[in-house]
Every structure is written in structure tokens, then in C-alpha cells.
Design a protein around this ligand. Structure first.
Ligand SMILES: Nc1ncnc2c1ncn2[C@@H]1O[C@H](COP(=O)(O)OP(=O)(O)O)[C@@H](O)[C@H]1O
Ligand SMILES: [Mg+2]
Length: 503
């Protein structure tokens, strides 16, 4: 089955999410759809799977124009989508979820469980989608839940499978297995659309690649004719450099020493479990791990946002285990938080106000009870220049900037003052390659000038390109350590540790 999208335009009020998109999807082929956050990938595929009606354009299946008024129409035509956020019922079994809405019915109108399980097992075997049909979905790791979503689509006899950023929730090993499934589906004659913002993945799995930027297709081609560089340029709209230039590794004294740290979540479950780590001056320590292994709680405890339930945190020789956020900040700890909207910025405040959120009270900006706004604006203007924050003015509300520029604003505020230690959680999540490149550069600069830098990221490639030392966090503990100075590190070994193999 071949599909042709012709001139698809989709608007949300003022926002043009897709504009005049032409794209073909063919049986027996993996089409890689690459684009940065907000480029319009999900919208385009939601049009194809019947969730949205396009404002303009048409969809042709094997040359025939079709109109979908609901996802049920698209499924009936053989098009199924696995969404970024799964839509399974946690308290149902795998088989119950798969057959939901199209149940095989037995005697007395009861769900025929045995039949449902058997059908799931058949599909599972055929494509290597390993899963227990009778397991409760809520007990399954996300990687397995994803297989359930795929089986669900296959159960509905889809010939076209749209996979929206499927690897975001997977460890590197799981990605490998997942790619095997994708290839099996393709070899069985299915058409697949694989959505991602990751350059190496798209080159690995695709038979053909299309790049989307600002709602338009900006490039198309075969993997053999494309490189990460050329793809990045199509994705961002300008040349991008990948090499993070770093001065030779020359660590100094221990700046941050974490001993036996235990941190509880809000529900009192253990998030960080007797964890030990050290960050030296002049080094970048990267914590790799699949999301949800205690990384957020660790950062919160280190920056004073969450109480330590046990252990000690020493910074530059002083015990700060129970110090306030402000005390840590004043002592020279910069914090680039994981969630810039929630704890990095106040979206309604201007760029200038956000620039001094945590320093407005100091003598540079305040005289007695009054803030000297002209000084603030001056400092903000300089930081905006130094850190390449694209904003109409320093009086623009921070919430109006793009994600990348909001993050650069946070980085500008945190790194444009005297610091000794920078702690960054997912510093580039959801950002375009250009902003990523920039933020990486500034973090490396902080390290080269003698700061200690601690980065937590679930993007292994980010950790690999930045860190001097890599720690792997699993279930609240550091389970493995890799030294990047001692030659190339074994990505497979890191991936295994991320999956808990070393624990
Ligand atoms: N339901 C919606 N309402 C309003 N705007 C939306 C909606 N869905 C997406 N958008 C906007 O459309 C653009 C494209 O979004 P999306 O398709 O989700 O991008 P991607 O999947 O490539 O990250 C973005 O600017 C986004 O904010
Ligand atoms: Mg999306």
C-alpha cells in the first residue's frame, strides 16, 4: 500500500504547523521523518492517522483520494499510529489492551480471553515482539508497553505504521532490539514512518529520509547520500558543528563530594539510595541513565530543592547537606534545571527580570528595598548578547521565547556570574541542534576555566560528547563508571549498565 500526502497544510489558529507538505510513504520501506521539536512531525502524522483534518491538501491511498474523519477511518484504511505518549489502560492485561474495542466475543457476549491471548501471541511471535499476553500493563517496563502498542496496531491489520519518537523511552540496547522489529515489519511488506530528532538513528534505520523544519519539508533523500552534517543543516537551517572542542583534561581539587546520600520521593519511596560521587574542579561528570532512576531527586537534593534523608553533601570543603537553595547559590553553585518552565524561569516575567531572579537582592541591583532596573536591563542586555539569546528585547516576556532561547536564558543567568560548580539536568532536552551546540560550548567553557560540571542526561550521546567521566545511575545508585580520557568508551557496556546489568 502506497500513500501520497499532497499539499498538506494544517493550522492551529495563528500557528502554521504544516505548510504544503508533499510526502510519499511506500510499502516495504522505512521512511525516516526528521525534525527538531515543534517542526510539525506529530501534527503531520496526526493528519495522516485521522486525528486532525488538514486545512488544505489531500491524502491518496494507492492513487485514490481519501478523507478521514476519525482515527477509526484511518485504521479501517490500514493506517495505525503509535503515539509519543502511550494510550494503554494500566489495569488491563496486554491482551485486553490489544483487543480493546475490537474484542473477540465468546459465549454470552463475554470477552474470549483465550482467543485474545492466542492472537496476541501469534503477532508477537511473527515479528519478534516479545511480551506476555496475560501480564498487567502497569507492571511492564515502558519498552514492553511500547511493544503492546505496536501489537495493538498490528492486531487491527495495519499496513502502515507510524511510530512517533519511539526511541525516546528506550535504553540503547532496547533501541537495537526495537530496530530489529522495525526491520522485520518492513521485510513483511509494511510501510513504516519512523519519527525522531536523532541523526544517528535516522541514518541507521531509514530506507528514505525526509526532513521537516517550520512545518515544511526542507530535504529528502537516501541515507547513502546524506550525512549527519547535511541532515543537521536541513533540520536547523544553517551549518552545525558537532565537535565540542575541549582543553586537555586537567582536574583539580574535589569540589563536590556526595557520600552515602539517600533521598526520598514525595511518596517516601527511595529515589536516591546511598549514592556516592565526586566532582573535581575542571572536569565534567556525566550521569547517564534511563529516566526515572532517581536522577531528578539527586539534582534536587544537590541544589537544595529536596531534603536529604541521609548522607552528606560537601561543597568546596563545607558541609552543605542542609543548606538553603539561596546559600548554595551564593556560594557559587549554578543550577540549570531539568524543567525550565517550572523551575528555571518565570514565563510571565521579562527576560531582564528572569536574568536577576536569584540576584536581584544583591548590591549590584538593589539599593535598600528598591531594585535598580536600569542596572538590571544593562546586565540583561549584555548577557543576551554573550549567550546568543534571540529575543526582540530584554522587556519581552520569557514565555514568548522559543524553547532553545528560554534555555539559553537560564544558562546565561546561571553561568554569567562567579561560579565554582554547575549542575545541569537534561540541559538540552527538546532543543534544536543549534541551541544544543551553543549550550554544550558554554558548559565546556565553564569546565575549561576550572569549574566542576555535573550533567545529568538521558541522551547518551550528549553524555558521551561532553563528559570526562561517565557515571551510570540505576535505581538510585551509581552502578558503573567509565573514563572517557582512557580511549573510546564502550557504548554497549554503558547501555548494559543503564539497563541494570551491572547492578
Ligand atoms: N493541538 C495544537 N494546538 C495548537 N498548536 C499546536 C497543537 N499541536 C501542535 N501545535 C503547534 O504546532 C507546531 C508543530 O508541533 P508538533 O507537530 O507537535 O511538532 P513536533 O512533533 O515536530 O515536535 C508547534 O508550534 C506546536 O506548538
Ligand atoms: Mg512530536
Amino acid at each position: 500500500m502506497d500513500i501520497e500526502l499532497r499539499g498538506i497544510t494544517k493550522r492551529f489558529g495563528e500557528v502554521v504547523a504544516n505548510e504544503g507538505v508533499n510526502l510519499s510513504i511506500r510499502a516495504g520501506e522505512v521512511l525516516g521523518l526528521l525534525g527538531e521539536n515543534g517542526a510539525g512531525k506529530s501534527t503531520l502524522m496526526n493528519v495522516l492517522c485521522g486525528l486532525y483534518r488538514p486545512n488544505e491538501g489531500e491524502i491518496l491511498i494507492d492513487g485514490q483520494a481519501v478523507t478521514f474523519t476519525s482515527p477509526a477511518d484511518a485504521i479501517a484504511a490500514g493506517i495505525g499510529m503509535v503515539h509519543q505518549h502511550f494510550m494503554l489502560v494500566p489495569v488491563f492485561t496486554v491482551a485486553e489492551n490489544v483487543v480493546l474495542g475490537v474484542e473477540p466475543v465468546g459465549r454470552l457476549d463475554r470477552l474470549d480471553r483465550a482467543k485474545a491471548s492466542a492472537e496476541v501471541a501469534t503477532i508477537s511471535r511473527k515479528y519478534g515482539l516479545e511480551v506476555d499476553p496475560d501480564a498487567l500493563v502497569e507492571t511492564l517496563p515502558v519498552g514492553v508497553q511500547q511493544r503492546v502498542e505496536i501489537i495493538k496496531v498490528l492486531f487491527r491489520a495495519a499496513d502502515v505504521l507510524i511510530l512517533d519518537e519511539p526511541t525516546a523511552v528506550l535504553t540503547p540496547q532496547e533501541v537495537k532490539d526495537f530496530f530489529e522489529v522495525v526491520r522485520a515489519l518492513r521485510d513483511a511488506g509494511k510501510a513504516l514512518v519512523f519519527i525522531t530528532h536523532k541523526l544517528n538513528e535516522i541514518l541507521d534505520i531509514s530506507d528514505r529520509i525526509a526532513v521537516i523544519r517550520g512545518g515544511r519539508i526542507t530535504g529528502e533523500g537516501l541515507p547513502r547520500d546524506l550525512t549527519p552534517k547535511s541532515l543537521a543543516e536541513m533540520m536547523v537551517g544553517r551549518p552545525v558543528s558537532f565537535d565540542v572542542a575541549k582543553a586537555p583534561f586537567n582536574p583539580g581539587r574535589a569540589l563536590l563530594e556526595v557520600r552515602d546520600l539517600t533521598v526520598l520521593r514525595d511518596d517516601d519511596a527511595v529515589a536516591v539510595d546511598h549514592l556516592n560521587l565526586t566532582v573535581h574542579s575542571g572536569e565534567i561528570v556525566g550521569i547517564a541513565g534511563v529516566q526515572g532512576n532517581g536522577q531528578s531527586a539527586l539534582i534536587e537534593a544537590l541544589t537544595g530543592l529536596r531534603r536529604a534523608a541521609g548522607g552528606t553533601v560537601t561543597y568546596d570543603g563545607t558541609d552543605i547537606t542542609h543548606a538553603s537553595v539561596r546559600a548554595r547559590h551564593r556560594a557559587g553553585i549554578a543550577h540549570i534545571p531539568e524543567d525550565r518552565q517550572k523551575s528555571g524561569l518565570i514565563p510571565k516575567f521579562t527576560v531582564a527580570e528572569n536574568m536577576v531572579l536569584d540576584t536581584y537582592y544583591d548590591e549590584r541591583f538593589s539599593r535598600g528595598p528598591s531594585v535598580m532596573w536600569d542596572h538590571v536591563a544593562e546586565k540583561a542586555a549584555q548577557a543576551v548578547l554573550d549567550f546568543d539569546v534571540r529575543t526582540p528585547s530584554v522587556y519581552t516576556a520569557a514565555g514568548h521565547l522559543s524553547g532553545g532561547n528560554q534555555q539559553k536564558l537560564v544558562v546565561a543567568r546561571e553561568l554569567s556570574r562567579e561560579t565554582l560548580l554547575a549542575i545541569a539536568g537534561q540541559p538540552t532536552r527538546g532543543l534544536d541542534v543549534g541551541s544544543i551546540e551553543y549550550i554544550h560550548k558554554r558548559l565546556v567553557e565553564a569546565r575549561d576555566t576550572g569549574d566542576g560540571v555535573l550533567i545529568v542526561s538521558s541522551e547518551l550521546d550528549e553524555i558521551l560528547s561532553l563528559a570526562d567521566r561517565i557515571l551510570v545511575m540505576f535505581k538510585g545508585r551509581i552502578v558503573a563508571e567509565f573514563d572517557t580520557g582512557a580511549g573510546p568508551v564502550d557504548k554497549g557496556a554503558i547501555g548494559l549498565a543503564m539497563a541494570g546489568a551491572a547492578a
